[in-house]
Design a protein around this ligand. Structure first.
Ligand code: ZN
Length: 405
């Protein structure tokens, strides 16, 4: 039997007056998801712990059974992995974005006029030399990228230069602890950022941008330094060959950190306009080769963060109409859940548990007929933590080791 884990990012919500007191998931027409709930077993899940308001990074690590208290060292390593960098334990990785500064290094725009790609600068940013360490730079999506320092005597305990506000000056990178490694890393990053600034300022692409009246992408704002942990692969941990299908860099990054195969799907944008049919078709194909497929769908979260509960409801309906592509497959355990709740009124993550369903294989059933917050709270699975998800899956796959005799 194979497993498909579908994570609808920020799925959980709270009652909405305009939807007659229902959540977007409850209000959505979703006959296919309801059928899965009816045939399977439902419950509620807190991805990290009860009362914890998780980020998407810590929640996914926890769901895959990697305790974020051990394996989460900051957003940098995950973004760098998502940008396609093959990381090694001990690397210091940072997220980066191109911004615009004036002569005095005052921020004019944190996204360089929403520049659509860092690609034209990638090679030059990758070729910057620093004494004693290797520098790796890769472009991510839009104005984003990632920087990795590889070598000895490095630390992630350094400050962010990004003041996070237009009109303020870029801050000096300083060590956040009194160690040689932190001092060394802060110095190296300062040097990298100033060399990058000099290169970007004189780059032909920026000269062309300025001629067209566009803002030059003349400063690389780095942040979220994290040291790459020594992390066992998903295969080592569970004996399952896994594939990751996601549009967003963060989710591809989690997949790559766990050594899953990262599948690229045309039209998978990591937003609400994603091609869901293409993604579900890719799942079907991946299941021919892999034991475990992780399908990440971001639109539910993006729409919640915009406060667009009607859009979230419609998006869930679109997901529902794409699920028949896989619901006819035999010998498949399907798990559908979210990584956290993002209530549309709050426009941010909350600690509310998310609905979860298991369907297929020898899974028990309960009386739940519908996939929704209220209905799943009455389900036979009860309330679980994210760290209990993989053990449940491994049990249903018949691969659990006997504890005792
Ligand atoms: Zn999330």
């Amino acid at each position: 039997m194979k497993t498909l884990l579908i994570i609808l990012d920020g799925l959980g919500d709270r009652p909405i007056k305009e939807l007659n007191g229902k959540t977007p998931l409850e209000a959505a027409e979703k006959p296919n998801l309801n059928k899965l709930a009816e045939k399977g077993i439902c419950g509620m899940m807190n991805s990290v712990d009860f009362g914890v308001r998780p980020g998407s990074d810590t929640s996914h690590l926890s769901i895959f059974g990697y305790d974020p208290a051990i394996y989460y060292t900051g957003r940098g390593p995950i973004e760098a992995a998502g940008a396609g960098i093959e990381l090694k334990p001990g690397d210091v990785a940072l997220r980066a974005n191109l911004g615009t500064v004036d002569e005095k290094l005052t921020i004019l725009d944190r996204r360089a006029g929403r520049i659509d790609s860092v690609k034209p600068f990638e090679e030059d940013l990758n070729n910057i030399k620093l004494a004693g360490v290797q520098v790796i730079f890769r472009a991510g999506v839009e104005h984003r990228g990632a920087v990795v320092l590889r070598g000895r005597n490095l630390s992630s305990s350094v400050s962010d230069p990004d003041p996070h506000e237009v009109g303020l000056k870029v801050k000096k990178i300083i060590p956040l602890e009194k160690t040689k490694a932190a001092e060394n890393t802060a110095k190296l990053l300062e040097e990298y950022c100033s060399k990058a600034h000099l290169m970007l300022k004189n780059h032909t692409v920026n000269k062309e941008r300025q001629n067209k009246g566009l803002l030059p992408a003349n400063y690389l704002l780095v942040r979220g330094a994290g040291i790459v942990p020594n992390i066992p692969s998903f295969k080592e941990r569970y004996g399952l060959n896994a594939a990751c299908i996601a549009g967003g860099g963060l989710y591809k990054g989690i997949g790559r950190l766990l050594s899953m195969s990262i599948l690229t799907v045309e039209g998978a944008t990591g937003g609400a306009n994603t091609n869901l049919t293409a993604k579900f078709n890719a799942v079907k194909k991946a299941l021919e080769q892999c034991d475990f497929v992780f399908l990440h769908i971001k639109g539910t979260d993006s729409l919640s963060e915009d406060g667009d509960f009607i859009g979230k409801k419609h998006f869930i309906e679109r997901v529902d109409s794409a699920t028949p592509i896989i619901s006819s497959l035999n010998d498949l355990l399907i798990v559908v859940t979210g990584d956290h709740s993002t209530p549309s009124y709050l426009k941010q993550h909350s600690a509310d548990p998310v609905p979860i369903l298991f369907c297929g294989g020898g899974v028990r059933t309960d009386d739940v007929q519908e996939f929704g917050e209220r209905a799943c709270a009455k389900g036979g699975l009860g309330r679980i933590k994210g760290s209990q998800l993989m053990p449940e899956i491994i049990n249903l796959l018949g691969k659990s080791k006997l504890y005792g005799a």
